[in-house]
Design a protein around this ligand. Structure first.
Ligand SMILES: Nc1nc2c(c(=O)[nH]1)N[C@H]1C(S)=C(S)[C@@H](COP(=O)(O)OP(=O)(O)OC[C@H]3O[C@@H](n4cnc5c(N)ncnc54)[C@H](O)[C@@H]3O)O[C@H]1N2
Ligand code: MOO
Length: 445
């Protein structure tokens, strides 16, 4: 890992390998949170008719220009009515908000501008006095003023949230083409890892979980991040630093070619060295799209991820960033994207934000693979690692941001990471952030 590669270079290579997954047609409810694969156009005009913006009376403006004027009420047009009653000179129709404006009327007079006022009554008065003359077209919402039939409402690449789905429904689009969510497998490696449940049963004490042991926090961290990014966690498991166990696991996940010996034996695959609390939330009935491995990415003697994945064509390199220097990435022959992240929890988080999230966003068809950034003033300063971009956990304080903890961006500070509200991205050529400097932040909350 002699020469460190810039973060931007590694990201560009990751993104070049990630292309949107196939699209499928789903109902609007099923589409929530997915990304639109094809433009949506209105099936009809919005609003569909000229309709009233007020509860009041639909009038002929010429009749009421000399208001006050008394008119005969010849019809009642509630919302939902399909009526188009004729309105002659000296006549008007009572109308409610949203109801189609009669073709003979050209203005709406709100109840407040009549002698009948807003006293609620269902009874239809025979006459009404208009107190003030309306402007031409007053309180009429015009057909098509929001969108004409066939107009583009949403472009492909748009994430379908509540506003987008309400626009689709209004536009008469009952089903939309969305990109399938990426299916992700999460694999924590490390002989030292135990689940929090195992640790607690084993007698959690002031001493900890047992000498040399550590709770697998990366699994739950990544599961949450993957779900938050709009992808599906289909496998989440731990595996010890055991070459055979890891090899069998990644082969099952489509990272390595099928083992001809193993595929001749039918039934359950053997699972040597795999954790007993494996979570498989949704058995992979179609292959996973992405495998994210944590731990064993560095140069240690037991760094099993690298030992197995590198000969299989996954590239390992040092990226000029802190935390998150050792990175493995590649595309398996099956097409599965493989990320082999360093094991340190803050490194996992920084690596996910820098590389995995953008890849997931690209796979699921989002227009912008990277998070939007914002600039904030540093209200206290900090030192930066020479020659490496820094992703510093920061929090928002009056006037700007400051490091989220007094221990900076140390890659093992898992408890302190929880205090972060943003990651400040400091360029590799900056040795120090001084009070008053503007820093670019990836907002997390
Ligand atoms: N001689 C060198 N040593 C190291 C280098 C180096 O360049 N030369 N790089 C350091 C850097 S930087 C990082 S980052 C780490 C990355 O190491 P690995 O990817 O091999 O990760 P592990 O050794 O397996 O674990 C590192 C650390 O993280 C803890 N860990 C691992 N998995 C989990 C998990 N699922 N949940 C919570 N914590 C986890 C593990 O216990 C270790 O403390 O290498 C440096 N070394
Ligand atoms: O690059 Mo490592 O993630 O700092 O500890």
């Amino acid at each position: 890992m002699a020469d460190l590669v810039p973060l931007e270079t590694h990201l560009a290579e990751v993104l070049a390998a990630a292309t949107p997954l196939p699209a499928r047609s789903v109902s609007l409810d099923a589409a929530r949170g997915s990304v639109l694969a094809r433009d949506v156009r209105t099936a009809w005009s919005l609003p569909p008719d000229d309709n009233s913006a007020m509860d009041g009376y639909a009038v002929r403006r010429d009749d009421v220009s000399g208001a006050p004027v008394r008119l005969r009420v010849v019809a009642d047009v509630p919302a939902g009515s399909a009526l188009d009653p004729p309105i002659g000179p000296g006549e008007c129709a009572r109308i409610m908000t949203g109801a189609p404006v009669p073709s003979d009327a050209d203005a709406i007079v709100p109840l407040e501008a009549t002698d009948l006022g807003t006293g609620r009554t269902e009874r239809l008065d025979e006459h009404v006095t208009i107190l003030t003359p309306p402007n031409p077209g007053a309180h009429i919402r015009r057909r098509g003023e929001d969108a004409a039939a066939g107009d583009l409402v949403l472009a492909a690449g748009r994430v379908l949230g509540p506003r987008e789905l309400s626009a689709c429904a209004s536009a008469g689009v009952a089903r939309v083409e969305v990109v399938a969510p990426p299916r992700v497998a999460i694999v924590s490696t490390g002989a030292e890892l135990v689940s929090v449940e195992e640790a607690a049963v084993g007698g959690a004490s002031a001493h900890g979980v047992g000498r040399g042991r550590i709770v697998d926090s990366n699994g739950i961290l990544l599961a949450g991040l993957v779900a938050e990014a709009g992808a599906e966690v289909v496998v989440r498991t731990r595996v010890a630093d055991d070459r055979d166990a890891f090899t069998a696991l990644v082969r099952e996940l489509g990272v390595l070619d099928a083992d001809p010996e193993r595929s001749r034996t039918s039934g359950e695959p053997e699972r040597p060295g795999r954790s007993s609390d494996e979570v498989t939330t949704n058995a992979p009935n179609r292959p996973v799209d992405v495998v994210v491995v944590t731990g064993g990415a560095s140069v240690g003697a037991f760094d099993v991820a690298r030992l197995v994945l590198e000969p299989a064509g996954i590239g390992f390199r040092g990226v000029a960033m802190q935390p998150g220097k050792p990175q493995g990435f590649g595309v398996a022959p099956s097409g599965v994207l493989v990320f082999s992240l360093p094991g340190n929890p803050v490194s996992v988080f920084a690596s996910f934000e820098a590389f995995v999230r953008p890849a997931l966003r690209r796979l699921r068809g989002e227009r912008w693979p990277v998070r939007r950034t914002s600039e904030h003033v540093a209200v206290s300063g900090w030192r930066c690692p020479p020659g490496r971009a820094q992703l510093m956990p920061v929090r928002f304080v009056p006037g700007g941001v400051e490091p989220a903890t007094d221990r900076g961006s140390g890659s093992h500070l898992v408890a302190r990471l929880a205090a972060a509200e943003a990651l400040a991205h400091v360029p590799a050529d900056t040795d120090e952030v001084r009070v008053g400097d503007l820093v670019t932040c990836w907002e997390l909350t």
